[in-house]
Design a protein around this ligand. Sequence first.
Ligand code: IPE
Ligand code: IPE
Ligand code: MG
Length: 224
Amino acid sequence: MNSINHVAIIMDGNGRWGLEHFKSRNRGHKEGIKTIEKIIKESIKHNIKFLTLYAFSTENWKRPKKEINYLFSLLEYFLKKKINDFIKENIKLKIIGKKFLFRNIFKIINFCENKTKNNTKLQINLALNYGSKSEIIDAIKLLNKNKIQITEKKISENLYTKNIPDPDILIRTGNTHRLSNFLLWQLSYTEIFFVKKLWPDFNEKDFTKIVNTFRYSKRNYGKI
Ligand code: IPE
Ligand code: IPE
Ligand code: MG
């Protein structure tokens, strides 16, 4: 049976859900928060140590300003609402991505990271302003600058995800089969699950089903 350390999720489909139910993409983003809360709880039940959530890609800046502003106000609301729970439940929050965001968000993010940095039950990596290609380029630039020889190990150690094991499972909801510039290096041997449901419809049962399928899957790593 495979053990599970790390689950990464591309939470896709909020916009379509919102349009379908309330004629508003933003309403879908709001609904998506509830799924995040459910999946955090379920991850703890399964004793998963790392949960990485793709919240905003470097490409998402191409969206209308109104939607971007709403997404960041939602993020602020979420962090303010959850910080006490994170502290109480021994959850560590880490941001992966380029952190030059709006000033007020930057403050609350740093506050949450600092307050939870010694927590050990579950580490939530929030991918924010995240792009995998630029992450890899930055790592290589840093190695070059410090005249360090480029090896797999050294690249891994210089990504935003240093000290985080590669994901065992990647889930993408929203019925779209692509990676959208997410963890390209780290997903080399990850088991990938594409889910038809839109993110706000995804639930604990769907998550558990994937976890159980993974536990009994055969991971070859090139062997037979
Ligand atoms: C994913 O949902 C959430 C973010 C990118 C922030 P989308 O907003 O991409 O939803 P769809 O894919 O348009 O339905
Ligand atoms: C990926 O979803 C990014 C996040 C979930 C944050 P997108 O909806 O932005 O991906 P594309 O543009 O359809 O590939
Ligand atoms: Mg999408």
